[in-house]
Design a protein around this ligand. Structure first.
Ligand code: IPD
Ligand code: CA
Ligand code: CA
Length: 261
C-alpha cells in the first residue's frame, strides 16, 4: 500500500465519520427510538442509521472491501481490507445526553490496522492515525503522557453490559487501582478512553469483554501516539481477543503487575 492509497483510505474514513457525526448531532435534538439488546445494552434508530451512512460512504468508493460493524453485521468479500465500525460508541451516554459518545472507524490490512478515525461528536474533536504517520487531533500531532509511576497516574476503565464474574473482578481492580493512583475514570465510551490516553489526558486504560469495533481505531491511535497496547496479561494485542491494556508505555508494566495478580 502506497502513502497515497493510505491517504485515500484516511480521507474516506474522515468523510464517513464526519457525515455520521453531523447526523448524530441532529438526532440528539429529536426523540430517539430506543430498543434493548440486553437489560442495559441499548440501541437507537440513530445507531442503525449512522452505520448505514458510514457503510454507504465506504461502499461508494471501495465496493470490494470487507466490513465489520456492530449493528448490521459483516460484509465478507475476501478482500485484504477490512473496515471495523462502531456507528455510536457510548450509546448509553448518547441516550442520556451525556456528551461522551463517538463514531469509530478503522481500516485493517490483513488484520493489521493502517488507518483509525474517531470523531467525538459533541466536542467536534477528530482523532486520526495512519500506520507510521503518527496520531493527530484536529490535525495537530498528539502524544501520550510522560507519567512514570502509578501514584502520579490517572486511569480509565469500563464495564461490560454482562454483570458476570469478569465484571465483578473488574470492580475489585477498579478499587485497587483507585487506591494506587490519582483516580480511575469511567466515562462509558471505550473509543474516547483510548483517545484520552493518546493525547496524554489519561495515563492508562484497561477493559475486559470489549468487541473489535470498540477497540480497532482507538488501540491503533494510542500506538501511533507512542503508547503501548497489549492484552491484560502482557501478550500481543489482537482485535478479536476482547480485552486490552493501553498506556503511555511508562506505567505499562506497573499496570500489568496489578492486572496479573
Ligand atoms: C460500549 C462503550 C463502553 C464500554 C462497553 C461498550 P457501545 O460500547 O464503549 O465504554 O464499557 O463495553 O460496549 O455499546 O456504547 O457501543
Ligand atoms: Ca462500542
Ligand atoms: Ca456502538
Amino acid at each position: 500500500m502506497t502513502k497515497t492509497e493510505q491517504e485515500e483510505l484516511l480521507n474516506i474514513a474522515l468523510e464517513a465519520a464526519d457525515k455520521a457525526a453531523s447526523f448524530i448531532s441532529e438526532q440528539a435534538k429529536m426523540t430517539l427510538k430506543v430498543d434493548f439488546k440486553g437489560t442495559t445494552n441499548l440501541v437507537t434508530n440513530a445507531d442503525v442509521s449512522s452505520e448505514q451512512i458510514i457503510m454507504e460512504t465506504i461502499c461508494a468508493r471501495f465496493p470490494d472491501h470487507q466490513i465489520l460493524t456492530e449493528e448490521a453485521g459483516s460484509i465478507e468479500t475476501g478482500s485484504d481490507y477490512l473496515w471495523v465500525i462502531d456507528p455510536i460508541d457510548g450509546t448509553t451516554n448518547f441516550v442520556h445526553g451525556y456528551p461522551f459518545f463517538a463514531v469509530s472507524i478503522a481500516v485493517c490490512e490483513r488484520e493489521k490496522p493502517i488507518v483509525g478515525v474517531i470523531n467525538h461528536v459533541h466536542f467536534g474533536d477528530v482523532y486520526s492515525a495512519t500506520a507510521g504517520g503518527g496520531a493527530f487531533c484536529n490535525g495537530e500531532p498528539i502524544a501520550v503522557s510522560t507519567t512514570d509511576s502509578l501514584k502520579r497516574g490517572l486511569l480509565a476503565t469500563g464495564f461490560s453490559y454482562e454483570h458476570d464474574e469478569i465484571w465483578s473482578r473488574n470492580m475489585d481492580l477498579f478499587k485497587n487501582f483507585t487506591n494506587l493512583t490519582q483516580g480511575v475514570r469511567r466515562a462509558g465510551a471505550a473509543s474516547l478512553d483510548f483517545c484520552h490516553v493518546a493525547r496524554g489526558w489519561l495515563d492508562g486504560f484497561w477493559e475486559y469483554e470489549l468487541n473489535p469495533w470498540d477497540m480497532a481505531a482507538g488501540a491503533f491511535i494510542v500506538q501511533e501516539a507512542g503508547g503501548s497496547v497489549t492484552k491484560t496479561d502482557g501478550s500481543d494485542f489482537a482485535l478479536f481477543d476482547r480485552e486490552v491494556l493501553a498506556s503511555n508505555g511508562h506505567i505499562h508494566n506497573a499496570m500489568l503487575d496489578q492486572l496479573k495478580r
